[in-house]
Design a protein around this ligand. Structure first.
Ligand SMILES: C[S@@+](CC[C@H](N)C(=O)[O-])C[C@H]1O[C@@H](n2cnc3c(N)ncnc32)[C@H](O)[C@@H]1O
Length: 285
């Protein structure tokens, strides 16, 4: 492949699609993989499904893409992380979302593949839905790993100034001018604009994605999201002046993502210029 499919949502399977990309071509990966929560039960949009040993107030969706045996989940995790590591630049890094249901597998697989975990972030959701059954604590956080490709040198980009001095006034745990810590207080509520073209059952708020992008990439960088769903990561990338590549199995989600992206005005001119800067024989970066 001569050029990267930048600023595109690809309707496809992420391992196969990542295999088509050259080594070390991506600046930042944001992965929001299946959490493997859909173990039996009926498909529901609400929080009323109880799972054996996997309960809590997760926004569960009984969908084919989220239903693995443990063994097949491990195999799948190894396959996509292997490709993610290969396509990541040495200067790049990767954010991975998860919960206790799948984060153990992801953490161990990263270690097996020599992917270095830089930080584990706790995303505290202060507006978490109460536990209706009253049989366990109210689940009110997700885990996010920030990783680099591994190797002797740590070349990944980190915008330390932004992490200290950025505007995080919405986060009660972040003191202005102080180092950012690993617990982030960010509401899971979405803006009207994030939901007006369609919804995804596990849609991430753009606000947290913008934070991740600004911490770990520069303007004009290329951000790949292997499980792009309704395109939140790509929307956040476009809003912050980065390029994106989204990969998603389900074409109906791809369509939502494309419509969302078409309605973002910010940085449009800049993105047009970026596309021109990618030369035909390789990657001009
Ligand atoms: C947790 S959701 C991502 C939601 C996304 N962050 C958003 O805000 O809309 C995971 C998505 O990955 C997709 N998916 C599952 N397996 C996949 C695979 N092997 N390749 C590409 N997409 C996949 C699912 O269809 C689902 O939309």
């Amino acid at each position: 492949m001569n050029t990267l499919p930048i600023n595109t949502i690809i309707n496809g399977e992420c391992v196969s699609e990542m295999k088509k990309l050259p080594d070390s071509c991506i600046d930042l990966i944001i992965a929001d993989p299946p959490y493997n929560l859909s173990k039996g039960g009926e498909w529901k949009w609400d929080n009323s499904v109880e799972l054996q040993g996997m309960g809590g107030n997760w926004n569960k969706v009984m969908q084919e893409w989220d239903n693995f045996t443990l063994e097949s989940y491990m195999t799948f995790t190894k396959a996509w992380l292997t490709e993610a590591k290969r396509i990541l630049k040495p200067t790049g890094s990767m954010w991975i979302f998860g919960t206790y249901h799948n984060m153990g597998v992801i953490n161990v697989t990263c270690q097996m593949l020599g992917i270095e975990i830089i930080n584990e972030v706790i995303w505290y959701k202060r507006n978490a839905f109460p536990n209706l059954a009253g049989r366990r604590l109210t689940a009110s956080h997700e885990t996010i790993l920030w990783c680099n490709k591994g190797g002797k040198k740590r070349e990944y980009f980190f915008d330390y100034e932004y992490s200290k001095d950025g505007d995080f006034s919405y986060d009660s745990l972040k003191s202005s001018g102080k180092q950012m810590r690993t617990v982030w207080d960010i509401s899971n509520n979405k803006e009207k604009s994030e939901l007006m073209y369609g919804k995804h059952p596990t849609q991430k708020p753009v606000r947290i994605l913008k934070r991740m992008i600004k911490l770990a990439s520069r303007e004009n960088d290329i951000i790949l999201t292997p499980f792009s769903g309704s395109g939140s990561e790509c929307v956040a990338a476009k809003m912050t002046g980065r390029n994106f590549i989204g990969i998603e199995l389900d074409n109906s989600y791809c369509e939502i993502a494309r419509i969302r992206l078409a309605h973002i005005e910010e940085n449009e001119d800049q993105l047009g210029q970026l596309s021109l800067n990618l030369y035909q024989g390789g990657i001009a970066k």
